[in-house]
Design a protein around this ligand. Structure first.
Ligand code: ADP
Ligand code: ZN
Ligand code: ZN
Length: 776
């Protein structure tokens, strides 16, 4: 008999541990199916049935000797229940199980949520309670789809259809070119079933079912591309990656290359070499830049060996791509962060493009950091991790500077030799004091007129991360800050107060500017629709521009529908003079030759977010969006409107001077105890009842203080429980408690011990966000 450790897939608040079940040597059920690691199985637990996943198998004797299973649970063989049914082939192997356990520990997450990352999308059975109150097994709704195909049969050569058999002739002509899908033949020639049946009877053709690979056909047409000769910089980057791969100990290479420097070409050639050694590769890109063009670049080089995985695909498409990877036929996976968990075997290289992007952090359990999980994986398999960006995160720069396994290589020039566009800062406070009340400065207005009237394109960015309202003095640019945290205070309509969301400090909103006495204290936060309306009015009245110049708005609203994002970009590409107005999503990946002007309407809104990364994000955003201008022969210019013209993040971005930014930012991070100098965990507490949430947050705060006091002492700090910046979301109240530990410490272990033993509150949820990307 074997003993299986099974993670039961019941969503509960409490962090789960695997349960042990017996597996008879002859297999499970009448068919005697093997319950291998990675299989979905049916088990009973506490009087109900449940689906679970096998994460380990052991011979009964050996584990019984020790009296505990692999996970340290006491065993008692006679009491063990049997696995009742095996529901699937293995979804993952021991390595996947190990990764799920790593995720659960590191991110203090339920094991079931970690294991689920490894299962095929939408295609796992579930146990549900029916109307009659009974549990029953629900088969997956997503599965494979077959198409009927017709191919040439043994009698194809030399077969002469009769002169009047028009359909036969047409079909045979198509077949002379290659196999055909029957659905397509019918579309072209009308019903062909009778024709095909007749031909099949004479063995002229054969009809067969073939699995359709959804997610391939839409962008299946790709042009093969040849690898260009690398520039000297690219060659050097490739060599550093090759050395990292050869070392085989999980090295990390930060490829720090300006926008358009040819990073993607470096990835392509590094992947080519990885494949040549018989290993496989993964490329992760931010969801929004995973466009058909991106995919086409990889398919152009690696053809049908490329699988694609992202959340805008249908479940059927994702299921097929998952299966394609599982079959071993895919050698390269291109996808968003969750593609990391597709069953690609023998991965020798992981590339994370635009590594600095916040979307690489998962915002529900397990709240993993893609970079750190990928690094863990490459250490396990002896591969290499490449982190590419024009604006690497401070964590990546810090890693490259401090960690002996990390290195950094720079590509300071564009591959086509074009200079980066000049960036001008427009001081909006000065504009205001000279009488302008428009959100478009005089300089931006003139630039719009110049470029659009010449038939050029413009990209305008509305920085929307400043969703939290804050006060700003339109005369002197003053923004009220917390005296204890050096972050800006958030304006609360209720009671007209200013609140610090780190420490809870609050104060009444002042009627006039405390700095200069001006009464023009503005509450900030305008939406894209407002800006679009104002811009329309501006362009309509502009000589040489007028109503015929389209404004293409790209934000969360206009890109909801499948393919909408792509359609908007195509519309912009096809237009002559046009403005693309959008939120952060337009900052990356756009590659249009005739964009000559990039305007940032409000560069500083983000600066005032009560978030320690505000400066870093502002710097990155300006550099990224600037990279959209002047990519080809037309020179580009960038106008950055700000009330904080003197802010170092803005000054540094405008001069492409990262060192200047870091020289100011790093000492602040160190003094105020923020990453990369400390590790943080953000303990989130949320629920429908405000008082209960507050009380539970206070109780957790006490428990955390006691935990830290007993287990680690003064080295760690636990900040007071306070409402989150987004204090109420969809009628849920949110509080948090920030825990800080020295950089090298294991912050997860002690927290996991607390959360695995603590009795969950019936109406208030709590979760830990380890290494959070923000504290909002
Ligand atoms: P990045 O990923 O750094 O933004 P890309 O790889 O997209 O840069 O390259 C920018 C442009 O330069 C692309 O059009 C690409 O085809 C071209 N390019 C890249 N490397 C070379 C090269 N070695 N020779 C010629 N063109 C190149
Ligand atoms: Zn003022
Ligand atoms: Zn504070």
């Amino acid at each position: 008999m074997k003993i299986a450790s099974v993670i039961v897939d019941i969503p509960t608040q409490a962090l789960d541990t695997p349960y042990s079940y017996a597996v008879p040597d002859e297999g499970v059920g009448e068919e005697g199916l093997a319950a291998e690691v990675g299989c979905a199985v049916l088990v009973s637990l506490g009087g109900r049935k449940a689906v679970g996943y096998v994460v380990a198998l052991e011979e009964a004797e050996s584990s019984l000797d020790e009296g505990v299973d692999l996970w340290g649970n006491p065993l008692s063989a006679s009491k063990l229940k049997m696995i009742e049914r095996v529901l699937s082939k293995p979804y993952f192997d021991e390595e996947g199980a190990a990764c799920a356990q790593f995720l659960a520990e590191r991110y203090v997450a339920p094991l079931s949520s970690c294991v689920r990352l490894f299962t095929p999308p939408g295609a796992v059975p579930r146990v549900v309670r029916g109307r009659d109150g009974r549990w029953r097994l629900e088969e997956p709704t997503v599965g494979q789809v077959d198409d009927r195909w017709v191919t040439r049969g043994p009698a194809f050569e030399g077969f002469e259809p009769r002169k009047n058999a028009v359909k036969q002739q047409a079909v045979l002509e198509v077949l002379a070119q290659g196999d055909a899908r029957i659905a397509e033949l019918s579309q072209e020639f009308g019903a062909v079933d009778a024709t095909l049946k007749a031909l099949a009877a004479k063995e002229v053709v054969r009809i067969e079912r073939r699995r359709r690979m959804r997610g391939m056909e839409s962008d299946g047409a790709f042009k093969p591309s040849q690898a260009p000769e690398l520039t000297a910089g690219q060659q050097q980057a490739l060599e550093v990656i090759e050395a990292a791969r050869a070392a085989g100990d999980g090295r990390v290479v930060v490829v720090d290359g300006v926008t358009g420097s040819g990073k993607t070409e470096v990835y392509l050639q590094a992947i080519e070499r990885t494949l040549a050694e018989g290993r496989t590769a993964m490329v992760l890109v931010p969801e929004i830049s995973l466009t058909p063009q991106t995919v086409a670049r990889f398919r152009g080089r690696f053809g049908d060996a490329v699988a694609v995985m992202h959340s805008r695909m249908s479940q059927g498409e994702r299921y097929d791509q998952w299966d394609f990877v599982k079959s071993g036929a895919a050698r390269v996976v291109v996808g968003a962060r969750s593609a990391l968990f597709t069953p690609l075997a023998n991965v020798g290289l992981i590339v994370i493009d635009e590594e600095h992007e916040g979307s690489y952090k998962q915002d529900s359990a397990p709240r993993y950091t893609t970079r750190d999980v990928a690094a863990w994986m490459m250490k396990r398999t002896g591969g290499a991790l490449v982190l590419g960006s024009a604006t690497p995160s401070i964590e990546a720069l810090y890693g490259a500077a401090k960690d002996p396994l990390w290195s950094q290589v720079a590509l300071p020039e564009r591959a086509n030799g074009r200079p980066l566009p000049a960036v001008e800062v427009v001081d909006m406070a000065a504009e205001f004091s000279s009488g302008s009340r428009s959100m478009f400065s005089g300089r931006l207005t003139r630039a719009l007129q110049q470029e659009l009237s010449q038939g050029h394109k413009v990209v305008l960015l509305l920085n929307q991360r400043g969703f939290a309202k804050f006060l700003l003095c339109r005369d002197c640019g003053f923004v009220p800050e917390c005296p204890h945290c050096a972050t800006s205070l958030t304006y609360h309509e209720e009671g007209s107060k200013l609140v610090c969301h780190h420490c809870g400090y609050h104060v009444g909103a002042p009627p006039t500017c405390p700095e200069c006495g001006s009464p023009y204290l503005k509450k900030f936060g305008a939406g894209t629709q407002r800006v679009e309306a104002d811009l329309r009015a501006l362009l309509d009245g502009m000589s040489g521009v007028g109503p015929q110049v389209p404004i293409i708005r790209m934000d969360a609203d206009t890109t909801k529908a499948k393919g909408a994002h792509q359609a908007l970009l195509e519309e912009f590409g096809a237009a002559e003079a046009a403005v693309l107005l959008g939120t952060q999503m337009i900052a990356k990946g756009l590659d249009f030759d005739d964009v000559t002007l990039v305007g940032v309407i409000n560069a500083d809104t983000q600066l005032h977010l009560p978030d320690y990364r505000a400066g870093e994000r502002t710097f990155q955003l300006i550099e990224q969006v600037a990279g959209r201008a002047g990519r080809a022969s037309l020179p580009g210019r960038v106008l950055v409107q700000t009330y904080e013209a003197g802010d170092v993040a803005i000054r540094a971005a405008a001069t492409y001077d990262r060192a200047l930014f870091l020289k100011s930012e790093l000492p602040k991070r160190k003094a105020l105890q923020y990453p990369p100098y400390v590790r943080m965990a953000n303990v989130l507490v949320w629920g429908k009842n405000e008082d209960e949430v507050a009380a539970e947050a206070e109780a957790l705060h006490r428990a955390l203080e006691e935990l830290v006091h007993c287990e680690v002492g003064e080295r760690w700090s636990v900040l007071p429980a306070s409402p989150c910046v987004l204090g109420k979301l969809r009628n849920t109240y949110r509080w948090h408690i920030v825990v800080k530990a020295p950089a090298g410490d294991d912050i997860s272990g002690p927290l996991a011990r607390l959360f695995r033993t603590r009795k969950p509150h019936p109406a208030v949820n709590a979760a830990v966000d380890v290494d959070p990307v923000d504290l909002l």
